[in-house]
Design a protein around this ligand. Structure first.
Ligand code: ASP
Length: 323
C-alpha cells in the first residue's frame, strides 16, 4: 500500500438478514435473507464513512444465501476470495457481509485457515434491510471503521457497536440487536461515534499458521472430512454414535454436561468409536467457561472452543493430515 494512501477495502457479500427484504417495514421475522446485492449495501453507507474518503472500494458477491444453509462450496469460495484479496499489497482489509446464524462458524473457519495479519471483518444484521430501523447499515459502517484502525488485525466480527474475536464470538439471542456475544472474554473493542476503542490484545488460536500450499489444498477440496456433534443429556444412549461410526464418521465432538462429562451409555459408545479410529473431542454444552483437563481423559479437550467451533477445528485437522 502506497505511503499515506488509505488503500483498498474489499467488501464481499454472502447474503444474510443484512441483505434481507420483508414485505412490510414492521416485519422483523417474516423476511427473506440474501436479497440485496453487496454493492447496494455498501453504497448506502460510504457517504457516511468520512474517515474512509480516500478508500478505494471493491465489492464482490460471493454468495447470496441465508447463512443457516451455509455449505462448503460457499466457505471454499469465500476463503479463496479472502486469501486472494488479502495478498494484494494495496488491500488494507476485507469486510464480509454475512447472516448471523452461522457467522461464528465462518469467522472461526476463516481465522483457523487464513490467520490473516490484515483485518478480515465480518458483519451482519438482526433486522432486514427493509425494517423501519434496520441495524445493517450501522453495522457495516462500524465494520468499515474498524478496518481503518491501524490496530485491527485477524478475523473480527462487528455487530451492535461491539467488536468480537473469531474464537470467542457466538450468537446468543434469536431476536435482540446485540445477539452476538463473546461470553466471559467480552468484546475486544467497541465502536463509538466512528472511533474504535480497544480493550486489550485479541486472543487468537494458538494453532500453527497454514502454508499457502496447505490453504490451496483445502480450498480445492469438494468437502471436509465428516465430523458430527453429539449431545449428552438425560436418558442419552449410544445408538446415534454407533450409527454414525457405521456410516463412516471420521470425528465426533461431544457436547457434554458441565465440565464435558458424558452420560455412561453415551460414553461407552464414544469409547467404542475411538477404538475404531474415530477422533473424539470433549466440549461442553455450557455456554460459558471451558472444559478443564480431566485425569486420564480418554478424549481430546476442546480447549474452550464451543462444540460448533471444535467441530470446525477437527474437520480442518483431519483434512490437513490427508493433504
Ligand atoms: N437466517 C439469517 C442468516 O443467518 C439470520 C440473520 O442473518 O440474522 O442468514
Amino acid at each position: 500500500m502506497a505511503e499515506g494512501s488509505a488503500g483498498t477495502v474489499v467488501v464481499l457479500g454472502t447474503g444474510g438478514t443484512i441483505a434481507g427484504k420483508a414485505g412490510d417495514a414492521a416485519d422483523h421475522i417474516g423476511y427473506r435473507a440474501g436479497q440485496i446485492g453487496v454493492e447496494a449495501l455498501l453504497a448506502a453507507v460510504t457517504p457516511q464513512a468520512g474517515a474512509a474518503a480516500d478508500v478505494r472500494w471493491v465489492t464482490e458477491q460471493v454468495a447470496q444465501i441465508d447463512s443457516k444453509d451455509m455449505d462448503f462450496a460457499v466457505w471454499r469460495a469465500l476463503a479463496a476470495r479472502c486469501a486472494h484479496w488479502l495478498a494484494q499489497d494495496e488491500v488494507r482489509a476485507v469486510v464480509v457481509t454475512h447472516g448471523t446464524d452461522t457467522l461464528e462458524e465462518t469467522a472461526y473457519f476463516l481465522e483457523t485457515l487464513l490467520a490473516p495479519d490484515k483485518p478480515l471483518v465480518l458483519t451482519c444484521a438482526m433486522r432486514p434491510a427493509t425494517a423501519l430501523m434496520a441495524d445493517g447499515p450501522q453495522n457495516l459502517l462500524d465494520a468499515v471503521t474498524v478496518t481503518l484502525d491501524a490496530r485491527a488485525g485477524g478475523v473480527l466480527v462487528v455487530a451492535a457497536g461491539a467488536v468480537h474475536a473469531a474464537r470467542a464470538v457466538r450468537k446468543r439471542h434469536p431476536y435482540r440487536l446485540d445477539a452476538m456475544d463473546s461470553g466471559e472474554a467480552g468484546p475486544v473493542a467497541v465502536v463509538e461515534a466512528g472511533q474504535t476503542r480497544w480493550f486489550g490484545k485479541i486472543t487468537r488460536d494458538p494453532s500453527a499458521r497454514w502454508s499457502d500450499d496447505a490453504i490451496k489444498k483445502i480450498i480445492s477440496r469438494e468437502g471436509l472430512p465428516r465430523v458430527e456433534i453429539v449431545l449428552s443429556h438425560a436418558l442419552a444412549d449410544g445408538r446415534l454414535v454407533d450409527g454414525l461410526v457405521q456410516d463412516g464418521v471420521r470425528g465426533l465432538v461431544v457436547a457434554g454436561t458441565g465440565n464435558g462429562t458424558v452420560h455412561a451409555a453415551l460414553l461407552a459408545a464414544l469409547e467404542r468409536a475411538r477404538a475404531q479410529g474415530v477422533r473424539v473431542v470433549r466440549a461442553s454444552r455450557c455456554e460459558l467457561g471451558q472444559v478443564l483437563p480431566l485425569p486420564n481423559d480418554p478424549f481430546e479437550p476442546s480447549e474452550g472452543l464451543s462444540p460448533v467451533k471444535a467441530r470446525i477445528r477437527l474437520m480442518l485437522e483431519l483434512a490437513r493430515a490427508e493433504a
